[in-house]
Design a protein around this ligand. Structure first.
Ligand SMILES: *Cc1c(COP(=O)(O)O)cnc(C)c1O
Length: 350
């Protein structure tokens, strides 16, 4: 790295100086003995949810830590990864002053969060030919005020995973935090960047239960980073951001990952089966190779095809307004039956 990484210098001054809200349940940690809880103004009659949830979600973190081979102190949980991403903006980006870098075409929430937090978003388009990040462009766009760089890998909506070499180059030369959004990592044949967490003090990885784990309705996102970065995010997170039902359900899900593994295998093999069949459809001109659970197609007229499919009962995602994505539709891989119906319907379009 061009200068020694210093988290204290990166964090917003007000966050560095503040004391976090100490909730009743932060002060007391159970040693297993029976206690009478009269500290949090709860209703004392047990209905399974009358108590506040664990603000640090230790049971969830314990399971995740052992599965992912990281420390519990390197994990922060959010109400979806969207909350995690928002916490990163709020901890590190001074409104009206700092900026972030994103690499369109990419996930729309980075821009939304930049707007909400009054932070400038410097967009550096992916390379048109390879859809890889433009390393020189990124370093040119970055300045002292650039606090976060977002890699979405595998990328939404293009589906490709960025090369390790590209990411490594930026981890070593960019002075802010490098956030790798791995929402789709479980569908990729290459592994997660988690194994590198100990090697890069500026690396932040986000994952989610919303895609491969089949729990989008729960709203649970994960942030993995150094203990120092996690400590900063912990200071500003809402005290009870993960509700008790979610915590319970996720501990169950993590105890039995066999069915999730089988579902992922089915989705990936369906993706591999589907791509050549989609390529045969006359109005499909291009299909992006995918490491995710969706494919991006270029068609002759995306608005027309989108509407035709809607009339046949299929909701697709038109991504045509994104840079480099004119006339593209993003299609999620469904069940084998849904995919067959999709192919049949696409074939009837004139
Ligand atoms: C779907 C998705 C997420 C998931 O967000 P949650 O808030 O965890 O549901 C995050 N990043 C990307 C790129 C996504 O496509």
């Amino acid at each position: 790295m061009s200068q020694v990484f210093n988290i204290e210098k990166l964090v917003r001054e007000n966050v560095r100086k503040m004391k976090p809200y100490a909730s009743a349940r932060d002060e007391y940690h159970s040693d297993g003995s029976e206690m009478v809880f009269l500290d949090a103004n709860e209703n004392p009659f047990d209905n399974g949810l009358n108590r506040y949830p664990d603000p640090q979600q230790w049971k969830v973190k314990k399971s995740l830590a052992s599965i992912k081979d990281v420390s519990e102190k390197q994990i922060l949980l959010g109400n979806g990864s969207d909350e995690v991403l928002d916490l990163l903006f709020r901890a590190f980006c001074e409104p009206g002053q700092d900026n972030v870098i994103t690499l369109p075409p990419t996930y729309g929430m980075y821009q939304v969060l930049a707007n909400i937090n009054a932070v400038e978003n410097r967009e550096v388009l992916l390379r048109k030919d390879t859809l890889e990040p433009d390393v020189e462009g990124i370093l040119e766009a970055a300045d002292e005020q650039t606090k976060l760089l977002f890699f979405c890998s595998p990328n939404n909506p293009t589906g490709n995973r960025f090369s390790d070499e590209t990411i490594r180059q930026l981890l070593g030369s960019f002075n802010g935090l490098v956030v790798i959004d791995e929402a789709y990592i479980d569908f990729s044949k290459e592994g997660s960047w988690l194994r590198e967490l100990g090697n890069y003090p500026n690396l932040v990885i986000t994952q989610t239960f919303s895609k491969a784990y089949g729990l989008a309705g729960l709203r649970l996102g994960i942030c993995y980073a150094s203990r120092d970065i996690i400590a900063v995010l912990n200071k500003i997170k809402p005290p009870y951001n993960i509700n008790a039902l979610t915590q319970r359900r996720v501990v169950e899900a993590l105890a039995d990952t066999g069915s999730v593994k089988r579902e992922i295998e089915t989705i990936v093999s369906e993706r591999i089966r589907l791509i050549p069949l989609l390529a045969e459809i006359p109005f499909v001109s291009d299909i992006y190779d995918s490491d995710a659970n969706f494919v991006l197609l270029r068609v002759d007229d995306a608005n027309k095809r989108y509407t035709q499919m809607l009339e046949r009962g299929f909701v697709l995602r038109n991504r045509s307004t994104q840079p480099l994505c004119n006339n593209t539709l993003r299609i999620t891989i469904g069940t084998p039956e849904e995919n067959q119906k999709l192919l049949n319907a696409l074939k009837t379009l004139r």
